[in-house]
Design a protein around this ligand. Structure first.
Ligand code: FE
Length: 209
């Protein structure tokens, strides 16, 4: 989409290409110093960092959808996924994930994920989180009144359904395994994957045929 240049003014200097001696922000300087030090000490390599960024930036909710479609189709994979998310995801050639816990929705229990502290999210699997996931409003409220928050997303749960909120940390990232709509049993994985949206994997939506 092209940018509308008529709706705001630019200084001439907005159009100037960046120069090597342009001032850097405090955080840019900190990132650069830390990165150079880690490379110099042999803790990481520049190529390793580049590859990690490549994996992170190419991850998307489609990966999560593939994982769920496989779990719906293959009981052995589902068992592994719930026991050891990291190993299950690696078996599909995705990751590395760090500690990755998959929580299963059932008729009795609905899961939703959050990071109350900041914005921890299974980025290696799902890519970057939506803006609302990082908002103070979502982080503060979903823990205290999950049903009300889910209703605002258009998801009304019955009073019999228990709602479990999993709070992510720097060490543990969660993903929701949604319930398979019964009428989709036997569908090919590719077709199943098309039902699974990002919000199903966060728990603010359910999969529908
Ligand atoms: Fe966080």
């Amino acid at each position: 989409m092209s940018h509308d240049h008529d709706d705001h003014d630019h200084d001439d200097h907005d159009h100037r290409p960046p120069q090597p001696d342009d001032p850097v922000s405090r955080y840019e300087a900190l990132e650069q110093a830390l990165r150079e030090l880690l490379i110099e000490k042999g803790v990481v390599t520049a190529d390793g960092l580049r590859r990690t960024m490549e994996v992170l930036e190419s991850a998307s909710p489609e990966n999560g959808a593939r994982i769920v479609a496989r779990a719906w189709s293959d009981p052995a994979f589902k068992e592994l996924l719930l026991q050891d998310g990291q190993a299950a995801v690696a078996s599909l050639g995705m990751g590395p994930t760090g500690r990755f816990v998959v929580v299963e929705n059932t008729p009795e229990r609905h899961n939703v994920i959050v990071c109350t502290l900041c914005s921890c999210y299974p980025r290696f699997v799902l890519g970057f989180p939506p803006a609302w996931y990082k908002s103070r409003d979502y982080r503060a409220r979903v823990v205290h009144e999950p049903r009300a928050v889910l209703a605002e997303f258009g998801l009304k749960l019955s009073d019999d359904t228990e709602v479990v909120v999993s709070d992510s940390t720097a060490e543990i990232r969660y993903m929701v395994l949604p319930q398979q709509p019964p009428e989709t049993k036997g569908w090919p994985e590719e077709k199943l994957a098309g039902l699974i949206t990002r919000d199903c994997l966060i728990g603010t939506a359910v999969a529908r045929a």
